[in-house]
Design a protein. Structure first.
Ligand SMILES: Nc1nc2c(c(=O)[nH]1)N[C@H]1C(S)=C(S)[C@@H](COP(=O)(O)O)O[C@H]1N2
Ligand SMILES: [Mo]
Length: 514
C-alpha cells in the first residue's frame, strides 16, 4: 500500500486542484448567464474588501494601487485551487470523502459571499452548488481509485500517461471556461458602452462659464486644469463595474419625504440642468497625491429634486445608494448654503464613463467622494444617521467628510534633477466651495513667497499656480501652502489618511545641477 502512497497522493492533489478549478469556472459561467450576473468570486472579493478593518485595507490599497481588485480575485482563485489540491491529496486513499469536502468548501464560499444586506441568495446558492457538483464529478471520474495491489502492479507507466492526458484535457476545459467568462463580461461592458456613445445630452440650462484661456499656465509637463475623462482617478469597491442600461435605470428619491419620486433616464434629462467645474477628491489621497481631479459636470441640481419631494424636517442625512449596494451619506445641513450639488449624468461633455458611474452619480462640491459621490446611483434616501449608517462610516471613517485645504507641487517632480538658472515651479491648490486665496512657496525653509495664481475655474475647482525661482547648484527643498479665500491657512499638522483625510504641507526634494 505504502509503495503507491506517493504517486497517488500527487495525483490526488493534481486532480483535486483541477476539480476545484473546474467547479469555480462552472460557477462563474453560470454567473454570466443568470439574471443580475452576480458572481460568487466577486461577491467574496466584495465581502473581503468591505469587512477588512479600514487601516489594513488602506495599506493594501496604498501598496498595490488600483491593482487591489485583480489581486484579490487572484488570491481567491489560489485559495480555492489550493484547497482543492489539499483535499485531493488528503483523500487520495479515501476518494469517497472528497465530494463531502467539496460540498463543505462550497457552503463556506456561499457563507462568505452572501451579504445579508443584498438579496443575492438564489444565484449564489446555485453557483456554489454547481461548483461542488462539478468538482465532485471531475474527482469521481478522474481522481485516484483505490485498486487492489495486484491490479496496480506494473501499471505505473500507463497510470502516468493517463494522468498527464487527464490534466491536459481538464486544464484546457478550465482555460476555455475562463475565456468564456472574460468574454461574456467584456461584451456586457461593450454593449453598455455602445449605447452610451450614441446617447444625446441636452444643452445645460445653466451652463458653466467658458473655460478661461489662462486656467492652465504654459509649463511643460503640467497637467491641465480640466482633467480628461481617461486621466481621471478612479476609486470604488466594485469588483465588476456595474453595467446599467438607461432603459432599465431608475432613480428613487425616498425616505423621510412627503412625495417619493421615481425618475427614468428620459425624465432626468428632461429637467433643467446645471453645468459646473468641480474638483472631486478622495479622502485616501495622501499629501501630494493624485487621487483628485477636476471635470465639468452636468446634471440636475439636488436641491431642486429635494424641494420637489418635500423633505421632512427630521431628515438630517442624505444617503446615495448605488446599484452595487454601496452607500454614501452626508449631513443634509451642508446643502443649505447653496452649493451646486447635483445628480450628474455628464462628465466633460459626454455621458459619464462606465467606471465613473454611468448613467448617473452624485457630485457634491466640498465633500470627499466617500461621503457624497455615489456612482451608479439608483436611490437617494432622506434619513438619519441612526437609521442608515453609510458604507464607509460603518467602517470607522469619520462621518462629516468636508474636504481639507490642500496644495501640491507638480513641477518639478519630487527627487528630480533640474538645471541651474530660472526654474518655473508649478502646481495646484484646492479648497472647494470656499476658493483659493493665496498660494505660497518656501525654498529651503526660507521666507514664504506668493505664487502667481492662474485664472480661476470657480470656487469649487482647484486653481493652478506658478512661481519663478532662480535655482542654484545643490540640493533644495520646496514646500507649498495655501490660504483660502476666507483667510484660513492650510493645516501644517501632519496627519495620515485614516480615519479622515491627510494633512500637512507637500514638500519635495530636488537637486540642481548643470
Ligand atoms: N458606487 C460607488 N460609488 C462611489 C465609490 C464606490 O466605491 N462605489 N467610491 C467613492 C469614492 S471613495 C470616491 S473618492 C469617488 C471617486 O469617484 P471617481 O472614481 O469617479 O473618481 O467615488 C465615490 N463613489
Ligand atoms: Mo474616496
Amino acid at each position: 500500500m505504502t509503495a503507491y502512497a506517493g504517486p497517488s497522493r500527487r495525483r490526488g492533489a493534481v486532480v483535486g486542484a483541477l476539480a476545484a478549478a473546474l467547479g469555480l469556472v462552472a460557477a462563474e459561467l453560470l454567473a454570466v448567464i443568470l439574471p443580475g450576473r452576480v458572481s460568487a468570486v466577486s461577491s467574496i472579493a466584495d465581502r473581503v474588501i468591505s469587512s477588512m478593518p479600514a487601516a489594513p485595507r488602506e495599506v493594501l490599497v496604498g501598496a498595490v494601487g488600483t491593482l487591489d481588485k485583480p489581486l484579490l480575485v487572484l488570491g481567491i482563485v489560489v485559495v480555492v485551487v489550493g484547497g482543492g489540491a489539499i483535499v485531493g491529496a488528503l483523500c487520495a486513499s479515501t476518494p469517497d470523502r472528497a465530494p463531502w469536502w467539496f460540498a463543505g468548501g462550497a457552503v463556506l464560499a456561499f457563507a462568505v459571499a452572501w451579504d445579508l444586506t443584498t438579496a443575492d441568495l438564489v444565484p449564489l446558492l446555485l453557483e456554489t452548488a454547481v461548483a461542488a457538483v462539478v468538482a465532485s464529478l471531475v474527482w469521481t471520474r478522474f481522481g485516484p481509485v483505490v485498486e487492489a495491489p495486484a491490479a496496480v502492479a506494473g501499471s505505473a507507466e500507463v497510470d502516468r500517461r493517463t494522468v498527464l492526458r487527464t490534466v491536459g484535457v481538464l486544464s484546457g476545459i478550465a482555460l476555455l471556461g475562463v475565456g468564456a467568462v472574460v468574454w461574456a463580461r467584456r461584451s456586457s461592458t461593450a454593449a453598455v458602452n455602445a449605447v452610451r456613445t450614441t446617447l444625446r445630452l441636452p444643452a445645460p440650462t445653466d451652463p458653466a462659464a467658458p473655460l478661461p484661456a489662462g486656467a492652465t499656465p504654459d509649463v511643460a509637463d503640467l497637467d491641465p486644469a480640466v482633467t480628461a475623462n481617461g486621466e481621471f482617478y478612479r476609486i470604488d469597491v466594485a469588483v465588476n463595474v456595474p453595467t446599467i442600461s438607461t432603459d432599465d435605470w431608475r432613480l428613487r428619491i425616498e425616505g423621510r419625504v412627503d412625495r417619493p419620486l421615481e425618475l427614468t433616464w428620459a425624465q432626468l434629462l428632461a429637467r433643467p440642468s446645471i453645468e459646473r467645474r468641480i474638483t472631486l477628491c478622495c479622502v485616501s489621497n495622501p499629501v501630494g497625491g493624485s487621487l483628485v481631479g477636476t471635470a465639468t459636470w452636468q446634471g440636475v441640481r439636488l436641491t431642486d429634486l429635494l424641494d420637489e419631494v418635500g423633505v421632512h424636517d427630521d431628515a438630517s442625512l442624505v444617503v446615495g445608494r448605488s446599484d452595487d449596494g454601496f452607500t454614501a451619506g452626508f449631513p443634509r445641513e451642508l446643502l443649505r448654503d447653496g452649493r451646486d450639488a447635483m445628480v450628474a449624468y455628464a462628465m466633460n461633455g459626454e455621458p459619464l464613463p462606465v467606471e465613473h458611474g454611468f448613467p448617473a452619480r452624485l457630485v457634491v462640491p466640498g465633500l470627499y467622494g466617500y461621503v457624497s459621490a455615489t456612482k451608479w446611483l439608483t436611490g437617494i434616501r432622506l434619513t438619519t444617521i441612526e437609521d442608515d449608517t453609510p458604507y464607509w462610516v460603518r467602517r470607522e471613517w469619520q462621518a462629516d467628510g468636508r474636504i481639507e485645504s490642500a496644495s501640491r507641487i507638480d513641477v518639478p517632480r519630487d527627487s528630480s534633477v533640474v538645471p541651474p538658472g530660472e526654474v518655473v515651479i508649478a502646481g495646484r491648490a484646492w479648497r472647494q466651495h470656499v476658493g483659493v486665496g493665496t498660494v505660497q512657496v518656501s525654498v529651503d525653509g526660507g521666507p514664504w513667497r506668493d505664487a502667481t495664481l492662474a485664472d480661476s475655474l470657480g470656487v469649487d475647482a482647484w486653481r493652478l499656480w506658478t512661481l519663478r525661482w532662480t535655482a542654484t547648484d545643490g540640493p533644495h527643498q520646496l514646500r507649498v501652502r495655501m490660504i483660502d479665500e476666507a483667510g484660513a491657512a492650510q493645516s501644517e499638522e501632519v496627519h495620515d489618511v485614516f480615519p479622515g483625510a491627510s494633512s500637512g504641507l507637500h514638500t519635495i526634494d530636488i537637486t540642481v545641477a548643470g
